[in-house]
Design a protein around this ligand. Structure first.
Ligand code: SIN
Ligand code: FE
Length: 303
């Protein structure tokens, strides 16, 4: 498991470097910026941290949809309208700054990604009382129940905006190294039903229900959703898999393909995050993508 440290002083990097970073991310590395390249203005930071003292309805996980310029997760009936507007302005600006930075930093992807949600995570992560499948302190790969990606990759950029504390993660070995452990080798490479059988076998014996039906989802999306649930529900995997700890300091940033690097957040409070969906065509090593790995296992097209 690789963490690549990128000091701010080394940016912007020379031509060719961006491609290497894309390849490293696709191979499962975390790119770590000890000092964030997208700092917040001091007064905006103070505002976000101020959400701690109040018991306001801003005090939960809040999503920002950049393409619609909409906030969700805020109860606008009880939250102060000025505070909501301020939060929206901060999220809009954060989202823009991350995109501006990544246009150059991950140049080969530019034009090949779709901007997904950003989020503000003001809650203490340790001891959160959430249903098992929504817990983030269990190792998992990301898949969105209501936003199928059709083979696009989930790339996330994080800021630890806590003034002092680290945000503590545990990560595991990437998808392509662990999926074979669970996907039976004897699956017949036939187009119809092959993948359904793979998904069913993966789910059998560990209490997984039927795949959640969705017209918009491809077999790929179904599998990735099942795999997310499977990892969280698999006590043996949680206990025995290879684990690597990373404590991201206050003021740092990091980015990682969370659809293939199993991750869990154990402690920490106050983070910002921006998600990008990187189209399969934009990948620099498409042969290592989870879509290709799964199509190889299933012997069928999955999108
Ligand atoms: C997650 O994607 O599981 C959450 C990570 C975090 O909030 O640090
Ligand atoms: Fe996650």
């Amino acid at each position: 498991m690789k963490l690549i440290e990128i000091p701010l002083a080394t940016l912007p990097a020379g031509a060719g470097q961006a491609r290497e970073w894309c390849a490293a991310l696709e191979a499962g590395a975390i790119l770590f910026f000890p000092q964030t390249p997208v700092p917040l203005a001091a007064n905006d930071l103070q505002f976000l941290l101020g959400q701690q003292q109040t018991d306001s309805s801003l005090h939960k996980n809040i999503a920002y949809k950049p393409l619609a310029d909409k906030l969700s997760g805020v109860d606008t009936k009880t939250a102060d309208a000025a505070a909501v507007a301020r939060l929206q302005a901060i999220m809009r600006s954060y989202s823009k700054s991350v995109v501006e930075f990544l246009k150059g930093f991950l140049e080969p992807y530019h034009g090949g990604w779709q901007l997904d949600y950003a989020s503000f995570r003001p809650q203490e992560e340790q001891g959160r009382d959430l249903p098992l499948r929504r817990r983030n302190d269990l190792l998992h790969t990301d898949a969105f129940p209501t936003r199928p990606t059709h083979g696009a990759r989930i790339l996330r950029f994080f800021n630890n905006i806590h003034p002092e504390r680290t945000r503590d993660w545990v990560v595991g070995d990437p998808f392509r190294e662990i999926v074979g452990q669970f996907a039976p080798r004897q699956i017949a490479p036939q187009v119809d039903g092959a993948f359904t059988r793979l998904a069913k076998t993966l789910g059998s014996g560990i209490g997984l229900g039927a795949a959640v039906p969705s017209l918009k989802r491809t077999p790929y999306d179904d599998f990735m959703m099942r795999f997310h649930n499977f990892l969280k529900e698999n006590a043996e995997f949680q206990k025995d898999c290879a684990k690597y700890s990373f404590n991201f300091p206050a003021g740092s940033s990091w980015m990682v393909y969370t659809d293939t690097v199993p991750h869990a957040v154990l402690t920490g409070q106050y983070a910002l995050e921006q998600t990008l969906l990187v189209q399969h065509e934009a990948l620099v090593t498409p042969e290592t993508s989870p879509l290709n790995v799964l199509e190889g296992l299933a012997g069928a097209r999955l999108v």
